[in-house]
Design a protein around this ligand. Sequence first.
Ligand code: IFM
Length: 460
Amino acid sequence: MASTESPQTIRGSFPDDFTFGVATSSWQIEGSSATRAESIWDRFAKIPGAIVDGSSADPACDHLNRVEEDVDLIGQLGVGAYRFSVSWPRFMPGGTGAASRSGAGFYDRLIDLLLERGIQPLLTAYHWDLPQSLQESGGWLHPDMPHWFADYCQALGERYGDRVSHIATLNEPWVSAFLGYAAGIHAPGVVNAGQALEVAYRLMVASGHGVSALRNAGVGNPGIVLNLTTVRSEDPGAEKARDHIDRLQNTLFTDLLAGRGVSDAVRRSTDILTDWSFVTDEGVEAAATPISWLGVNYYTPIRVALPRESDQTAGVGQDTVVYPACPPASLQPRGPLTTMGWEVDPKGLRDTLVETAAALPGLPLWVTENGAAYADRVLDGDVYDPDRISYLSGHLAAAAEAIDEGVPLQGYCAWSLMDNLEWAEGRTQTFGLVHVDPETMQRIPKASFHFYADIAKGER
Ligand code: IFM
């Protein structure tokens, strides 16, 4: 593992106007599911075995009842931005139509608490918790979904656009499409690779309509968040698999954003799954609606190797099944690994940012998520997490290097403010800068919290 730099050195390697932030999402922290409509994750969590430890949406971090305490923690962290998501089934319980007074009011309160402390709210409209009622109408496979999503974005923009300048439409559409519809390990738990490709496309079309709706409602800076990553291979013979994975992970999304549509290479490498007849000129045009910024979520590179006789168990989500129609290959992360089984490779962040800036020249970028899960322990009331500190230090140095190389990077959000519900991994994976006791909900800032606070607050 790379050596840890001092907070002062790290702060000094970024421009003065760079924003340090911290991120969460609604389903992972809010709890209080009885006060909103059902989401696809509530339904999925009821399937025996779908969530490894049987966790459900409650209590998560009980954030709904502890919002002041949590915003105080963000204030103590000294960051300039807080990235959170709105729960669609809380804000607009019917999926379409009227906003809920109490649901919308909760986010009013959160935003106002942040602004009182001088913290910029970065809002994500959709971080995977689709209203179950919309799923039952066809979900992301329904051709009207982009319009339903645009109406939801319009309502968000009208409600919060006076106080929130940066709103992302979607978080990680790759995950919604490929983990939700190809591997079936995320909600809604479908295993149909052709549908996964259609969902990926429809999400990008919906995002474009959402961007237009946000701008109409007066939001100055609409954007989107993608999980992009560099795809590496050193095994001669694994190049075809490497290229296939790069197409489905990265270029499918960046090409649609750039107005290049669905490339012939993507179509050829997936022609056994779909004929892409759902793609329309209007959809391609909508998906390319100009955005003001792009969020990049980066955790780990993808290392592609030839198939092995006895494959070691790869990390969470690291299986070629999540890249349908992939030529024979295996994913072989190298140590050091986090408890997710994800390779720690700060240079991968630098490479991902440089590659993204080349794919979408001139577009301002943010790192909207970056962080690591480790098995933390509370000892005498403290949590000492040197591996997470080292991870943050290395990745921040890599982000600064990308800026030096000309990448227009404006901000960085650590994932995550606090230990939370890690989707199908339940509470077994902890990414937080703040430990949350699963029984008492007590919050304990970890050593990494203090380290990151020194960077965020640091004088140059
Ligand atoms: O916890 C998730 C988050 O919701 C989306 N990006 C990846 C994180 C870690 O898996």
